[in-house]
Design a protein around this ligand. Structure first.
Ligand code: M6R
Length: 365
């Protein structure tokens, strides 16, 4: 049932190209977006004053990416919350606002109750769910299914890539309806998204350098992930994946926040992982790398091929991803982070598929 792989987690990472295609292809017909089960009209979008995104864990991290892209493409303000906070804080929400709920299982209790809270306050609910007919899917006004198939490993991998794919599709649909992006801009983003699956295939082919790096560093006590903008959102997911399955303490930080405190923790040998896929912020991240290197950090950078040479001078290892556009890079750049967590856990002898203290679906508080 593991299809020849040692763990479900690896099998599920290998499924990423296929499930992204399954989530993407049926929704783009002859160049037009067809979001089945989402019946939001141009008029609905024009009336929208705000969007909330609510989820837990990995789905929440997908939501953080969603905030950046929806705000960029639709010029609507987006608030992202973890469900357990949202449901208890008497959130300010009106019937002119939309709530996007993200959940792989569709059964996460906090997320379901957050949905009910938003609904009670009059918000329309769009959900991005993987399990057909799940409680969250059934309680929503509109559903965009991710076609990731069953995810068995506790650590979520392929579901995240498909949640992001769904969020890009929604952002593009809303942006086109609202007129904040042109058809040509949308087409360019769609063609960048179309390149992602083969990009992931290339990353999976070339995973040995990650494995070797993990072999050298699995004794790390604490690891920092730093990034800016979409890479910050990605860092959060990379950090969660690592701590969840390898039990190594780790934190994700916005590059620009380091000097406001956390840099005090960087000492000789501290491992710092830097996703650097945002061209507009590349130089800012190079400065961050200099700051941590000056304090003795070991730096692993993850970037597009086009930046490899430049970064080799300032870092200890550069992992490259294919030359994809900055806006869609998280869908692709998460895979090396998942592989990194996987190999660190494997080196440490951890139970990769069933990490301690965790359940696949959290249906209790
Ligand atoms: O089924 P859901 O997407 O609602 O689950 C949310 C989280 O429990 C889940 O993503 C969790 O954080 C994963 N174990 C992370 O790998």
């Amino acid at each position: 049932e593991k299809g020849g792989f040692e763990h479900f987690m690896m099998k599920e990472m290998y499924e990423e190209p296929k499930v992204i295609r399954d989530t993407f292809n049926p929704r783009v017909k002859n160049g037009e977006l067809v979001l089945d089960n989402i019946n939001i009209t141009k008029e609905d979008i024009e009336k929208l004053q705000k969007i909330h995104i609510v989820a837990c864990g990995t789905a929440y991290h997908a939501g953080v990416v969603g905030k950046y892209i929806i705000e960029k493409l639709c010029r609507i303000s987006v608030e992202v919350d973890v469900a357990s906070e949202f449901r208890y804080r008497d959130p300010l929400i009106t019937d002119k606002e939309l709530t996007i709920i993200i959940s792989q299982s569709g059964e996460t209790l906090d997320t379901l109750f957050a949905l009910r809270e938003a609904k009670k306050k009059g918000s329309r609910i769009v959900s991005i769910v993987n399990v057909v007919g799940s409680s969250i899917a059934r309680s929503s006004d509109d559903v965009l299914y991710t076609w990731a198939g069953p995810e068995i490993a506790v650590a979520s991998t392929k579901a995240y890539n498909t949640q992001l794919t769904a969020l890009y599709l929604i952002a593009l649909d809303f942006g086109l309806k609202k007129g904040t992006i042109s058809k040509q801009e949308a087409d360019e983003i769609l063609s960048s998204l179309r390149e992602i699956p083969s990009g992931i295939e290339a990353i999976l082919e070339d995973k040995e350098s990650i494995q070797k790096f993990a072999h050298r560093h699995y004794n790390a006590k604490s690891i920092f992930f730093i990034g800016r903008s979409l890479d910050y959102a990605l860092s959060m997911e990379g950090s969660l994946k690592l701590k969840e399955i390898s039990y190594i303490h780790s934190e994700a930080y916005a590059g620009g926040e380091l000097k406001h405190g956390t840099i005090a923790l960087i000492e000789k040998g501290t491992l710092v992982v830097c996703p650097m896929t945002q061209d507009a912020l590349f130089d800012k991240m190079v400065s961050n790398i200099r700051e941590v290197k000056a304090r003795g950090a070991v730096v692993l950078a993850i970037t597009q091929n086009r930046h490899k040479e430049e970064l080799e001078k300032t870092t200890d290892l550069v992992l490259t991803i294919p030359d994809v556009d900055s806006l869609v890079s998280p869908v692709l750049a998460v895979t090396p982070l998942q592989l990194f967590a996987y190999y660190m856990a494997l080196e440490k002898g951890c139970d990769v598929d069933k990490p301690r203290n965790l359940a696949k679906s959290v249906t209790v508080e």
